[in-house]
Design a protein around this ligand. Structure first.
Ligand code: HGY
Ligand code: MN
Ligand code: MN
Length: 436
């Protein structure tokens, strides 16, 4: 072993069990069945806390019930299916989300749920009984697309912020609480969704990379070490609408010109070498009144700043807002900023990562340790339960668009690593439990 590589810590000798290999055809069929719910020419639109999301949860819940798991829905709308085991050891969890962004892809989140279902099939077919319950979780409303805030279902299970469920709303003005009621959930009951961390030993999520590292390096599996944080703001700019012909250029208070400076400020700051690695995006911009012959008097836009470094993430936001305020003052435009959500980056526990990389090696799968530019449910879960994320490649790194694609064969390889990791985690935890 090269001198500079830290020796693997002594780990439990896990009884080697033979699992079959995940079946790409079964996986493709499951992916297709879920894609039909909210899918169409323009991609998949399956919003959080919508009837379509519930339909997808019910479909997967049925598959898991047929596999002998006990399926329930918690107060936050998460579907949790348990494969019971004798005794009362803390459970292993795996899963992801089934909601999508508008016009999104058929793999984001879904791969983690379909992979979890296939992993259960592999355990059943190999007659492998874990020494603890295995819970498959479909988290509700992971995407921030509808309400701005992301990971609403997974944040609920770890008790992170739900005080604003009557405030945060979608573009139609429907609050999170109303949307929850419309799908039969009681938003005042959210606290009941909270997990007891002592009841969970670890959680693994299979997810598409939504980046280009794996594809560009020709590697089929990624093991995530860092998950980006995200600071999301709504910025409102109020200038003065007026006649586009009668108003001279000097002295205008054009809200869209101010917004244009903010868009460019976001790009200039994040392409500055000192901010290397930070990503900033103005994903939505509304202009009013929107007439061809009226100077825009009002703009509302969103700013999403991502980084794996917490300080750099927040400092980037401060610098962009400083430049925005300067541009607005110069243009006679007023600016109002509303914080939509602020999530810190996550460092995923190395011991979970080591079990996953060992599992990948055990089954001869080449992997890379990668960071995640996207946020994930495991980031929330990891605040209470040790979590790991396994990536499979995204074609051309595309995601959150209809063109999102991952080959079923790659999902199968990721599922093999997931299933083997669950077995190895079970063994590793048993060894720890024996000495505690
Ligand atoms: O937006 C994200 O990072 C994730 O896809 N929810
Ligand atoms: Mn996702
Ligand atoms: Mn997403």
């Amino acid at each position: 072993m090269a001198a500079n590589v830290a020796p693997e810590p002594a780990t439990a000798v896990v009884e080697k069990v033979e699992l079959g290999r995940a079946d790409p055809a079964r996986i493709a069929a499951d992916l297709e069945a879920i894609a039909r719910i909210g899918g169409g020419e323009g991609g998949v639109t399956r919003p959080g806390y919508s009837a379509l999301e519930r339909q997808a949860h019910d479909l997967v819940g049925g598959w898991l019930a047929d596999l002998g798991l006990t399926v329930s829905r918690d107060a936050a709308g998460n579907t949790i299916a348990e494969l019971a085991a004798p005794g009362s050891k803390p459970a292993l969890g795996t899963g992801s989300h089934l909601d999508s962004v508008p016009g999104g892809g058929r793999f984001d989140g879904v791969v983690g749920v379909v992979g979890a279902v296939e992993a259960v099939r592999l355990l059943r077919e190999a007659d492998v009984a874990l020494g603890r319950p295995l819970r498959v979780v479909c988290f509700a409303a992971e995407e921030g697309a509808r309400f701005g805030q992301a990971c609403l279902g997974s944040r609920a299970v770890v008790g992170i912020g739900a005080s604003d469920i009557d405030e945060i709303c979608d573009e139609a003005g429907t609050t999170r609480a109303q949307a929850m009621r419309e799908v039969g959930l009681d938003p005042t009951d959210l606290d009941r969704a909270r997990w007891d961390p002592r009841d969970w030993a670890a959680f693994l999520e299979l997810h598409v990379e939504q980046g280009t590292v794996l594809e560009s390096q020709g590697v089929r599996v990624g093991v995530v070490d860092l998950v980006s944080g995200s600071t999301r703001l709504e910025i409102e700019l109020v200038g003065r609408a007026s006649h586009s012909g009668g108003t001279p250029m000097v002295g205008r208070s054009d809200a869209l010109s101010a917004a244009a400076e903010i868009v460019m400020a976001a790009e200039h700051v994040t392409t500055d070498p000192r901010h290397r690695g930070t990503r900033a995006t103005i994903g939505r911009l509304h202009v009013r009144p929107g007439n061809i012959t009226t100077i825009p008097g009002y703009v509302a836009c969103t700013l999403d700043v991502r980084d794996v470094d917490s300080d750099r993430q927040r400092l980037t936001v401060v610098e962009i807002l400083r430049r925005a305020a300067e541009a607005c003052a110069r243009r006679g435009v007023s600016m109002r900023v509303r914080l939509i959500g602020d999530t810190s980056p996550a460092v995923l526990p190395i011991w979970v990562r080591r079990v996953v990389t060992r599992a990948a090696r055990d089954i001869g799968v080449e992997y890379r340790v990668v960071t995640s530019g996207a946020s994930h449910d495991s980031q929330s879960v990891n605040t209470a339960v040790p979590a790991g994320i396994i990536f499979v490649p995204s074609r051309a790194g595309l995601s959150h668009v209809a063109e999102e694609w991952t080959d079923a064969a790659d999902v199968a390889v990721g599922t093999d690593v997931l299933a083997r990791s669950l077995v190895e985690l079970d063994g590793e935890l048993a060894a720890i439990e024996r000495i505690r």
